[in-house]
Structures are given as C-alpha cells and as structure tokens.
Ligand binder design. Sequence first.
Ligand code: SAH
Length: 364
Amino acid sequence: MTATVSGEALAARLAFGPPDRELLRQILSTQQPDEIETIRRAAEQTLLENHGDAVRLRGLIEFSNRCSSDCRYCGIRRSNRQLDRYTLTLGEIVEAASWCAQRGYGSIVLQAGERRDAKFTRLVSAAVRAIKAATESPTLPRGVGITLCVGEQSADTYAEWFAAGAHRYLLRMETSSPELFAALHPPSQTWSSRLQCLKSLKTLGYRVGTGVMIGLPGQSLDDLVDDLIFFRDIGADMIGMGPYIAHEHAVLPGGAAIPDGATRLQLALRMIAAARLLLPRINIAATTALQTLAPDGREQGLRFGANVIMPQATPNRVRRLYTLYDGKPCLDDSAKQYAACLETRISSVGRRIISNDWGDPAKH
Ligand code: SAH
C-alpha cells in the first residue's frame, strides 16, 4: 500500500516539469519496484510525446582500432600490445556505408581509435566525401547522415571534416567530474581539453553527442546527477551512455571495485530515463554496452526513453579486434543476420524503425 502511494506521489512530481537535482537523485536511487515502473512510464511517455514511436538507426562502422590515447578503461588503448591493429581501406569503409544505405539506415557513425596524424585526418575527410557521393539517392538526396566519433582533434580538423560533409560528432565526456576524469586517463589527457573540444564542435555547427560511462570505480550517485546537469548545460543534441565494463587488458579494475552487472544495468537504464525527462527533445542511444549486461539490454533502453540504435556494420573480418570491453555482443553474427533480428527486437517493444532518414531532432 505504502509503495503504491509513493509511486503515485512520484508520478505527480514527474508530471510537474523537468526534474531538479533532488528528483534526479531519487530517479537514480529508488529501489521501489512501483517507483521504478513509474519512472520508466514517465520517460517513455515523454519520449512518445516528443519523438513518436520511431527509432532512429545509425550503422556503426568501427574503421580502425589504432589509437594514440591511453584511456585506462579501454581495450584498444595504445599500450595494449596484445591486439592486432587494423585500419579499413577507403574502399572498405565506403562499402560498409553503402551497405547501411541499402538497408535503409539513413545515418552512419564512423568510429575509431583516436589519431591526429595527417594520414588519418585525410582518410576521414576522404571517407566522408566518398560516402556522401556513393549514398546519394532520390530518398537520400544528400547521402547518409554522417556522425564522426574519433576523439579529440584540433578545431581545424573538426572544421575540415564538417566541410567534407559530416554533420554530427560524438565525443563522450566520460564523466563530468574532473577528479574522476583524471583517475580514468593519463595526465596528458585532460578534462578541460575534452570540454574545449565539445565547445568547438558546437561552435562549428555540428550536432554534438556526448555521454558518460556508468558504474565506474569511484563514481558516486552525485557524480551521475552532475553528469545529467552537464548534458543540459553543454546543450547536448544527443546522449550515448552505457555501463562501464572491464576489459582484461585495460588498467581500470572490474570485480569488487564496481557495482555488479545487474546494478550497473539498472543504473544505466535510470540514467536514460532521467536524461529523457530532463531533455525531452534530444536523441538518446540505447548502446551496445547495455546488451552486454543483458541480452535484451538495448530493448530495455528503448523502454526507458532511448530512441536511437546503432546497428553493428563493421566488416566481420575485423569486428573481433574492436573490443573496447570484454563480452561485446554480436561479434559472430554477420551484419545481415544482425539487421534481420533488429526489426523484430524493436517491434517487440512497440516501436518501429524509421528508414532513409538522417534522424535529427528539431533544433532546440
Ligand atoms: N576514440 C573515440 C572512440 C572511443 S570508443 C573517442 O574517443 O571518442 C567509444 C566509447 O566507448 C568511449 O567514449 C567510452 O565511453 C566507451 N568505452 C570504452 N571503454 C569502455 C569500457 N571498458 N566499458 C564501457 N564503455 C567503454
């Protein structure tokens, strides 16, 4: 009885407008099943009111695992010597992007490790141009929408890629806490430099996505509340976040240093719901890392307010080598099998795929 009353009281507060810090904290921390369901419903309702039932797709092409950064949590960090390194050719990248366009994925994400040498920056420019040219069609007159996710770069490089035709950029802040950021990265990678990159991407006119990892060693609930406020204050157009999952050759620990898998999944779903309630109009991804912790993790993400899915479109021959964390799903499925099960999964939660569309929300 008490539980029902608390669910109703919470529903009334959630309907009142964007959550404040205190309410965000409650969204993340409640253990009451009826409150959790109330939160989920409110987030889903907000999503449906602002975006309808359409799920937007971005085919994910992980085109290189070479990396000059040394993030302590990441499996493709520079100092992991136990990994074969690859970079797809321009032709392979364009082929993967064309495959996405043919499947009706109106957008792609080009993701890779982080490099700033001219060979790399030119490859990205060339790939963006070639993909645009190869995917133009009557349904997509300007080709597929391109999101880049290749880390911190100079403003000039960002400008060059924008001019080539990329219009979205995904750069996770990883955490809004400068102290935690410092614990996750070597001293050469700084919180302020990451923030500066996000600001220059905005200034240049990109639609900017950011996000954090959830359940990191040393991360508190208040850190996560700060992350949500950070997303709002930076004017994020998109959020991609997921649970932290340890990698055997990374430095950052897993095991007892972090909450167990079920807790991290719950926390990640609540973060999605909280972000949706705080920022109704933005795109929010149900990320692959959710699926690592539960087979239906991404569908759950959709039910908690996400509206973007990034289907795997990396060529099979290299997919195993892009292992950011242990247990990454779908490593064996062919991209074709994967695309086939996607539709079923999305309709299982009452949503439908929007095809041949860039899938940007209206400017807010
Ligand atoms: N070099 C690009 C792409 C990095 S990988 C960039 O810097 O943006 C994309 C994201 O994977 C990272 O931003 C990070 O949030 C996530 N990631 C890396 N290692 C992870 C881990 N062990 N667990 C969960 N997510 C991880």
